[in-house]
Design a protein around this ligand. Sequence first.
Ligand code: ADP
Ligand code: MG
Length: 446
Amino acid sequence: MQEISVLWQQILEKLELRVSSVSYMLWIKTIKPIEIDEKDNLILAAQSVSAKNQILRNFIDKIGDCCFEVVGKPFKIVVLDQNEEIEYLKNNKVEEKNVSANEEKNPFVEKFTFDNFVVGKSNQFVYAAARTVAENPGKRYNPLFIYGGVGLGKTHLLHSIGNYLRQFSPDLKIMYVTCEQFTNDYISSLYSPTKNKAIMEFRGKYRKLDVLMVDDIQGISNKKETQEEFFNTFNELMLSNKQVIICSDRPPKEIATLEERLRSRFSMGLIHDIQQPDIETRIAILHKKSQLEKYYAEDEVINYIAEQVDTNIRELEGKLSEVYFLATLSGKKVATMEEVEDIFTNQKEEHKNELSPDKIISVVCDYFNISYNDIVGKKKNKEIVEPRMIAIYLISEILNLPLVNIGKLFGGRDHTTIMHSRDKITEEIKFNKKTQTLVNEIKKSL
Ligand code: ADP
Ligand code: MG
């Protein structure tokens, strides 16, 4: 196989002829080729979440075509955003494959430190707890359970704890895994030809730690055996006063099918959420990012972005880098409102056709021929209840909104009611052909 960079260069040359020059400079040129894996996936990294979305929406087919022309066989194109790239490189050891003679590498992202974390009302409590834990692992707040929406800094905090411990307590054995890694690790020991030995090794690895961090624990729902194993690992560590830190996109009570005993273990320590940052914090984060990454922008630009992007810090940073990048294209050293206008009006156009909860609700209403007021209202007859549950299921599955927010859309229903509806349909789809067909049909018309 040719060197990926050579290959990518050839693909670029073809792409340049097929997309507008602005699109080329802004979206295509900024793609970083990572590798072609064993399954013929061409792995690419975009520089932000919104860049990734743009690429998926507008260029993915063209990239596939050009790739086919260059290599002569089809590839599946996979686009990662910044964080997924970090994860990917870590999980697949691409660097080790490409760069030989690797020193013991820092498993933590170097920039994810306490110093680089901007503290505001939304996160000060969690920040303080994370710091306490880093300074005195196993002594207080054990376990520490942090939850909050996507892109609000949970992983950043875990890595900050890791970086801090590496520096100040280098003798401690620390491990950071995502729930998925933990699961895969466990499953591969179960299916190893030397199963018993592999399981012993697995247990040895996890239970001898001083600090265990598990990110995105919500992924453990529905994995009964992994829950069992995690429960035992967890107990073992707690018994010997070792620190456990867990992150999740939702509180324990909203993780469906989480065993009660795990749920109650999680509440032995401290459970706290990280909230959406207020405007002052968003501005401060952008200033910090601008210094760190040398993405220079006028204050007005920073204020504008901070006003527009209010729910996800990863998006917030992504916007700043896009705006700055666009400025550099025209030879500027500092981004101005001109670029902001370009980027934001451009994207408004593209968001027009995007799926929203309202869109889903109205498609479901049309399908069953019922009214909006009924579907979000209180009626309990079957003709309304089923469509309502399907709408809830679809919103939860497709848009991945927090249950509490979905509850608000449906006349302020409690999150447990929402969870029940979602799980009911999930089950029915598995066992009831009729529901399955129904849901698929609605999905198609979305
Ligand atoms: P999560 O794990 O909650 O989805 P991340 O920890 O991956 O979110 O954060 C997303 C991005 O936002 C990262 O680049 C991170 O550095 C940045 N970020 C989040 N919170 C802050 C903060 N308070 N200060 C500075 N950067 C932050
Ligand atoms: Mg994360």
